[in-house]
Design a protein around this ligand. Sequence first.
Ligand code: FE2
Ligand code: FE2
Length: 324
Amino acid sequence: MDRRVISSSLDTVFEFDYSVQAEDMRGLYEKAKRDQWNASHDIPWDTPEPDDGRTLADELVDIHGSPIWAKLSERERVELNRRITAWRLSVLVYGEQGAMLACSQLVDTVTGTDQKFFQATQVMDEARHNEVLERYLAKRLDGLHYPMPENERLLFDSILTDPRWYIKTIALQLVAETFAVSMFKMMGECARDPLLREVCRRILQDESRHMGFGMLALPDVVTQASESERHEMEDFTCVAIEKVLTGFFPVDAYRDMGFSPAQIREVQAYRRNVAASNDDAVFRKYFRRDMHAAMVNNLARIGLLTERVRPRLAALGIELPAAA
Ligand SMILES: [Fe+2]
Ligand SMILES: [Fe+2]
């Protein structure tokens, strides 16, 4: 069977007070109910495919513009374009499934009816995201999937096995979703396929609520934490950010294109050089800036942009505003 079993144990909190305790959280729940959509009916699945078969702009392929790219035929370029899209979407599909599982745990572990109600809606949202991306892969990319990257698996293992809700929320609603929002924005803007653009647009409508949960729920926990608890939150935040920002490379997509190990090393070296020279394609540059700025902004809002965290972010190439 194609599945993984992860053991975890957590406390389930049964609430008996159903009155509204957190107005803003209840407001988020109301928005979530109002803005539900259905992947079966609200996505224009009949949209025609682009004539040349490209799903994303070629600029999103790591080697676009390189000597290796120049040697590829038009047919190979289209195939690589499609494989890279399938690889990116595979990574996102795992993230959606992991988010659904983590949020179902959050329904159990968070205290407060308002928080539980909201998390129940996020479980449904993430199920829909998993569904819609999977349907896109089946519709446009022959159901092509790539394996879950090691860093993503490690990140979700730690989210799903830690019993504390705020640790799950830091990794999911703060770090992983900040990354996912920038990724969907970039893919939506760079989509050559109008169907993919619409899928990204719909997902983004939900993601801003999910980040909103972290922004509402985390500041109090951070303020009330003891020094050692705060250190633990800071460390967990940094590890999650490091996992999200490093170790993602579509090696299998290049291998399936028939690239030799030496050619794949050449691709990786090219990619590193381009990133280091800051000569990256406009889209990727925009993505990095957008994500880094959002991450810094969100960390500052919940009180985790501390003196211990700043140097670790700087080491990852994240630009920081001067300390207050
Ligand atoms: Fe999602
Ligand atoms: Fe989400």
